[in-house]
Design a protein around this ligand. Structure first.
Ligand SMILES: Nc1ncnc2c1ncn2[C@@H]1O[C@H](COP(=O)(O)OP(=O)(O)OP(=O)(O)O)[C@@H](O)[C@H]1O
Length: 250
């Protein structure tokens, strides 16, 4: 049987009268890229926050790497978070630090006893993987949006995460750069054997990166499957509208 790295069952979360998650079931399998689609305000970020222990569900279960997140104490939660790489929408690089310093930061903070040589080798290996070995001494302000995203991904990978979370990886990028980032997401899975959740509104990105799609509608995942399975014969108007919005000229 395929190994599950995330197992969500009957997850519910409300804020006052607003029921955001109304019984979410979802699995992420080891080594897969799962795309989560859902319109603005549908609860994607809430789901991710529960996954990393920043919010607690009202009921239901969120198991990550075999652990029920809501029951973890601070130390265990911090250890779990180190196994989850979060690639932010805005890359979250520190503007006052060089690329090297940005990449050193998580390593020096979280991994003890590394020599300077080991740190440099690790940074160089990852910059190579994302195709930017020449950027090591540059400042973020000297990089394009796509390059910043690549460095952000490299920095996330430096702690060898088992799970990668990509939040809107192609937002604000031109189509060619989007394609580069999509390829990078696929390459990362192959090279580092990560399991990933890709949150996006961009169906080209979804199709290129996702082994499976999961569409969050009205607080539940209503359609889960391959791109073809979800969109080729979509009957639900809300699923269809996602496709039409992305691919049909208005
Ligand atoms: N801490 C909070 N307190 C109150 N309401 C919240 C809180 N966090 C999220 N919400 C509400 O929950 C709903 C879902 O928000 P969420 O941020 O998960 O949406 P999203 O699907 O990530 O949207 P987007 O694509 O725009 O990022 C929204 O209506 C939001 O206002």
């Amino acid at each position: 049987m395929e190994e599950k790295v995330v197992e969500i069952r009957g997850l519910m979360k409300s804020f006052g009268d607003l029921d955001v998650l109304k019984g979410v079931d979802l699995d992420l399998y080891k080594g897969e890229n799962l795309v989560v689609l859902g319109k603005s305000g549908s609860g994607k970020s809430v789901l991710i926050k529960i996954m990393v222990g920043l919010l607690k569900q009202d009921s239901g279960s969120m198991k990550v790497l075999g652990q029920e997140v809501s029951t973890l104490r601070t130390k265990a939660l911090n250890e779990l978070r180190l196994k989850i790489g979060f690639s932010f929408q805005n890359s979250a690089l520190y503007d006052s630090m060089t690329v090297r310093e940005n990449m050193e930061f998580p390593l020096v903070r979280n991994v003890k006893n590394l020599t300077r040589g080991e740190i440099t080798r690790k940074i160089e290996e990852l910059l190579d993987s994302v195709g930017l070995p020449q950027s090591i001494n540059q400042m973020p302000s000297e990089l394009s949006g796509g390059q910043k995203k690549r460095i952000g991904v490299a920095r996330t990978l430096i702690l060898n995460p088992e799970i990668m979370l990509y939040d809107e990886p192609t937002a604000g990028l031109d189509p060619i750069t989007c394609m580069d980032i999509n390829n990078l997401i696929v390459q990362v899975r192959e090279q580092y054997n990560t399991s990933s959740i890709v949150i996006t509104h961009d169906l080209t990105c979804a199709k290129a990166t996702g082994d499976r799609m999961a569409v969050l509608l009205d607080g539940q995942f209503k359609a889960i499957g391959s791109f073809e399975e979800v969109f080729a014969h979509a009957e639900d108007e809300r699923v269809k509208s996602f496709y039409d919005y992305n691919f049909v000229d208005s």
